[in-house]
Structures are given as C-alpha cells and as structure tokens.
Write a protein that binds this ligand. Structure first.
Ligand code: PLP
Length: 399
C-alpha cells in the first residue's frame, strides 16, 4: 500500500462525516431532512442578479486570464470602500488580499504564522476547519471557552489562562458558527486589550457580518489602536455565492507589526498564482452594488430563526440560546441518560426521526452534548423536521 501523509490523514470534518450514514438511509429509500450544511444556495437563496450578470459578462468579455496574486486592483479598491463604510477602517488597497474564499485566507494566515508546536487560540465550539487547518500547518489548536449562558460570548479569562509562549494569534468568529452568537462591543474591547498585553495579532472571521437579527456586528478592526488585526470576509454568506469561492482579507496594522507575516503570506499567494478572475468582477458588482436583496433574505431568515427557536424551546429534554446572527442554532441536550454521546444522539435522531443534525463535539470540546441545526430551509420543511424530532424526543424520554 502506498502510504498517505499523517498530515492529510489526520483531517476530520464532522459536518460531512454525518452525511455517510444519511446516504445509507437514503439508499434504502428513506427521505432524510438534511439540516447539516450551511449552504444558502441549496435552498431559496441565490447571489443577486447584478452579481450573476457581472460574472457572466466577465467571462463573455474575455476576462479569463491569470490576474495579480494579490487580486485585481479594482476589487481591492471596492473592498476598501466596503470596509471603510462598514467598519470605518483606515486601510488602502495595499492592505487587501483577495483569496479563494475565507478558507484560503485561513490557509495563508495559519501557514504564515505557524511553526511546528506553535498554537492559535480558537473558540470552542468553532467552525471545524479552524482546528483542522491549524493542525495541518503543524500547529496546535488552543481552544478557548465561549460561555453558553452568556449567549456564547468568549470567556476572556479563559483566553488569558490559555496564552503561552508558543501562542501566535487569537482567532474570533463573529457572528459565530456554530452558536449564532454575536459578540458584544465590550467583549471585543477586552479581547483587544488582552491581545495587546501579550503582543498577539487578532484574526477576525466576519463572513456573516451583515447577517444579524437584533444587534449590529462590531469588528475588532474598527476598535484597534495598536493591536494588529487581520479581518477576513467574502462572497459566501452575505452575498450568497458559496460556490464561487471568493473572499478576501486585510490588515489593520497601524504599527506595521505584521510586515514579515505579510511578506510570508505574499509568498504563499504567489505560488498559488491568483484567485478566480471572472469571479472578482462579480465581487466588484456585489461590493459596490445595491444591498436591498439582503433585507428580503434577512426577513426570510428571521422568520425561520424565530420559528425554529420557538419549536425547540417547546421540545422536552433540550434547551437553547437564541441565535443573534448567521443561520445556525446550537441546542444543548439536557436529558443525557438515553445516549452515550452527542454523536450517538445525532445518529439516533437520523435513524429514527430522519433529520440530519451535526453533533456538537465535532465543533470542539465545548460543543459536547450539543448539536447544530442549520435553519436555512423554508418554514414548511423546518416544521416537518421539528414535528418528527419532537415526536422522537417524546418517545425517547418516555421510554
Ligand atoms: N468561516 C466560517 C465561520 C464559516 O462558517 C464558513 C462556512 O460555513 C467559512 C468560513 C467558509 O467560508 P468560505 O466559503 O469563504 O471559504
């Protein structure tokens, strides 16, 4: 047998792991309601018309060549304008890099920061590629707690406890996947103070920044004075174009502390040549164009969030926080005597109620005895899923 690398074989991704048993059931003719993947394009959400037109037009007009490694100048200028308007950051196109979505930005940033044995502070629970990619680059994911009773806000004292001499950065995901948390301004300020104390950069994942329900998103990039912040964003969520694989990141680094990291990242960017050229034209259209589609989409998402939250609060044996952003809800399994783990619970719900969730432990240790539900589908589908799940819970608790 030809052996594969330990680095690649060690990769785990809970969100897709649960798909295999679901597929087995479907092969037997069972209809499974899949609430496991955060992809709006699989439901009634599409990128707005002006972006789709710009993408097609770019291809038709011949923009099918390699572009600059750092991204097209016109897009980097559009990103500067968008981020100045949203976050009031004082940046120039030179601070911006365009990537194959946030996932490639993470690869660049972790690749440029980590030597073997270094660690990055990542939230627990968190979107799994954070731990997966840190490990892939030889690092150790150093998980910090977020506090459920406090709407899943980061525990600043826990972050302080976990900083050590090999810590290279603090990552924040806000609004959060999988918890739907929206971080308060005072939390972001405390986090920046702590990062400043230990001379650490902050990596801020803002892919859901305009997808909030009650409050407004606050970026560490907008509040920093001297702490270097790397902000990541892209087309996948707020612009509903997951499959286009386009994103960006920028440095807010008033004291130029990231000069060497920037150089390392640019080396990584050059060996992968460039991001998708025609998709960058679509991104220019999206970032400079009208945003009224978002109001319509957020109204749908709010209705779905309110519905699933209400239903879940009525189901015995679980409790849940109300999501303030993104399109995930992360209930807690209160009644634990019936299952050995959250994974067993999710598989039981799949086999019995035919609804597919993701087990919380797949998002880190603080996710244990929870599960994540994606509430992107229309209310009729959520209703069918919740009716079936409610019947399952009542049966299990009675049995
Ligand atoms: N970051 C977070 C927090 C996410 O939830 C996701 C996707 O679900 C991503 C990044 C992936 O983003 P992209 O499609 O830009 O790679």
């Amino acid at each position: 047998m030809i052996r594969a690398s330990e680095r690649a074989m060690g990769i785990e991704y809970a969100i897709r792991d649960v798909v295999l048993p679901a597929r087995e059931l479907e092969k037997k003719g069972v209809k499974v309601i899949r609430l496991n993947i955060g992809d709006p394009g699989q439901y009634d959400f599409q990128p707005p018309e002006h972006m789709r037109e710009a993408y097609c037009k770019a291809i038709q007009e011949g923009h099918n060549y390699y572009g600059p490694s750092e991204g097209l100048p016109a897009l980097r200028e559009a990103i500067v304008q968008r981020e100045r308007n949203k976050n009031g950051v004082d940046i120039t196109p030179d601070d911006v890099r365009v990537t194959a979505a946030v996932t490639e930005a993470l690869q660049f940033i972790f690749g440029a920061l980590l030597n073997p044995g270094d660690n990055i502070l990542v939230p627990s629970p968190s979107y799994p590629p954070y731990t997966g990619l840190v490990k892939f680059y030889g690092g150790i994911p150093n998980e910090y707690l977020t506090v459920e009773e406090d709407g899943w806000q980061p525990d600043i004292d826990d972050i302080r406890k976990k900083i050590n001499e090999r810590t290279r950065a603090i990552a924040v995901i806000n609004p959060n996947n999988p918890t739907g948390a929206l971080y308060e301004k005072k939390t972001i300020k405390a986090l920046l103070d702590l990062a400043g104390e230990y001379d650490l950069p902050v990596i801020s994942d803002e892919i859901y920044d305009l997808m909030t329900y009650e409050g407004k998103h606050v970026s560490p990039g907008s509040l920093t004075k001297d702490v270097p912040v790397i902000v990541m964003n892209g087309l996948s969520k707020v612009y509903f174009a997951t499959g286009w694989r386009l994103g960006y990141f920028y440095y807010v680094d008033p004291e130029d502390k990231l000069a060497e990291v920037r150089e390392a990242i640019d080396k990584m960017a050059r060996i992968r040549i460039c991001p998708n050229t025609p998709a960058q034209f679509a991104a220019i259209a999206g970032l400079t164009g009208p945003m009224d589609y978002l109001d319509e989409y957020m109204a749908k998402l709010r209705e779905r969030r309110d519905y699933i939250y209400r239903r879940l609060t009525e189901i015995p044996g679980i409790s849940t926080q109300k999501p303030q952003g993104a399109f995930y809800i992360f209930p807690k399994i209160e009644e634990r005597s019936r299952w050995k783990s959250d994974k067993e619970f999710v598989l039981d719900a799949l086999n019995e109620a035919h609804v597919l969730f993701v087990h919380g432990s797949g998002f880190g240790y603080a996710g244990e005895w929870h599960f994540r539900i994606v509430f992107l589908p229309p209310v009729e589908i959520l209703e069918e899923a919740m009716d079936s799940f409610e019947a399952f819970m009542k049966k299990r608790l009675a049995g």
